[in-house]
Design a protein around this ligand. Structure first.
Ligand SMILES: Cc1cc2nc3c(=O)[nH]c(=O)nc-3n(C[C@H](O)[C@H](O)[C@H](O)COP(=O)(O)O)c2cc1C
Length: 355
């Protein structure tokens, strides 16, 4: 019996398997509107047997985009562009999630293959960034510290983005609290120097994340799973640490989140990460606390046996992969084939099932 290919039920959603597509920015949207590229890109993973496909970080307000080419979900045109993509995923037997995001001080940057690096000047379509405190990410323009109205704008943005995502048909909402983006900037003492109720103690630094979870849960009702991606460590002295992550994860669950997607890093340029296969799995296991908190593991999980092992050893409840899906959009079909596991093959591909 393969654990990777056993179903998982959360609220009213049953995932057909536990090998999922991690959110990946394509930097190919126009005014936040996803394009044909996104349609083909995401639908292929559904044909390839993914149990869940989480669409890329999609900004809840215009100024929350990582780059001017990021996807958005703050207006109806953006919602309407997502709808046929979700349908294509469903038609192929998979489930669709979307990662709701705000990049904070790491917004308004060039996309990875642009000729330039760092912040995009306003003359080239960039904008003034916002953050918990006026502390720049090394090499980027300085953000403006958010005032009370700015914080409400973020909470409202997540709330209405969640509504639009549900209207587009998404089955799962993931909140981006990782990789040094806005919610993570609030969590970490390295980027949050506030002295009001959103800064200082861990409880205060987690307040915005928990308010966002509350707002999104209100819109999502009782049926829709909410995931929260966190960076369980900043990999930097004095930063957010695994012990903080375990506490924040429990609070997130108390506030209506269903699963913590455990990643790491991204907050500061001087982070020191020892990257190796499955390097973030121990962080997921620590947050899971022997099954008390449902978690997904992610990060250099590239093989069927390896993914199966992560579940078998009790480190996680599901596995996200990113780059392996880019190399092989049929990763789940191949994994099922290698493990000799049953999974729902597209009937068109059945002849590839056993030999
Ligand atoms: C092209 C690309 C885009 C990414 N965009 C996002 C994103 O939108 N949101 C996110 O949380 N992580 C993003 N990531 C990180 C992945 O989701 C994943 O956590 C990371 O690649 C590690 O998993 P892997 O080793 O299986 O690729 C991105 C990674 C890649 C390669």
């Amino acid at each position: 019996m393969s654990l990777l290919f056993s179903p998982l039920s959360i609220r009213s959603v049953t995932f057909p398997n536990r090998l999922w597509v991690s959110p990946m920015c394509m930097y190919s949207a126009v005014d936040g509107v996803v394009q044909e590229w996104h349609h083909t890109h995401l639908a292929q993973f559904a044909s390839g047997g993914a149990g869940l496909i989480v669409a890329e970080a999609s900004s809840v307000v215009p100024e929350g985009r990582i780059s001017p080419r990021d996807a958005g979900i703050w207006n109806d045109a953006q919602r309407d562009a997502w709808t046929p993509i979700v349908q294509a995923i469903h038609e192929r037997g998979s489930l669709a999630g979307i990662q709701l995001a705000h990049a904070g001080r790491k917004a308004s940057t060039w996309w990875p293959w642009a000729d330039e690096r760092g912040s995009v000047p306003e003359a080239d379509g960039g904008w003034q960034t916002v953050a918990p405190s006026a502390v720049a990410f090394e090499g980027f323009e300085s953000p403006v510290a958010m005032d009370a109205a700015g914080i409400e704008r973020v909470v409202d943005g997540f709330r209405s983005a969640a509504g639009r995502a549900l209207d587009a048909g998404f089955d799962v909402l993931e909140l981006h609290g990782a990789h040094g983006y806005l919610l993570h900037q609030f969590l970490s003492p390295l980027s949050n120097l506030r002295t009001d109720e959103y800064g200082g103690s861990l409880e205060n630094r987690a307040r915005l994340l928990l308010r966002v979870i509350d707002a999104v849960r209100e819109v999502a009702g009782t049926n829709v799973p909410i995931f929260v991606r966190i960076s369980a460590t900043d990999h930097a002295e004095g930063g957010f640490a695994p012990a903080d992550a375990a506490v924040v994860a429990e609070w997130a669950i108390e506030h209506g989140a269903d699963l913590i997607d455990v990643s790491s890093g991204g907050l500061v340029a001087h982070q020191k990460i020892d990257v190796h296969p499955g390097y973030q799995v121990p962080l997921a296991a620590a947050v899971r606390q022997n099954g008390r908190v449902p978690v997904a593991a992610v990060g250099l999980i590239t093989g069927a046996e390896q993914a199966e092992q992560v579940l078998a050893e009790g480190s996680a409840d599901a596995v996200f992969a990113g780059r392996e899906w880019l190399r092989d959009p049929h990763f789940a079909l191949r994994a099922a084939h290698e493990l000799g596991a049953e999974t729902a093959w597209p009937p068109q591909y059945l002849r590839a099932r056993w030999r």
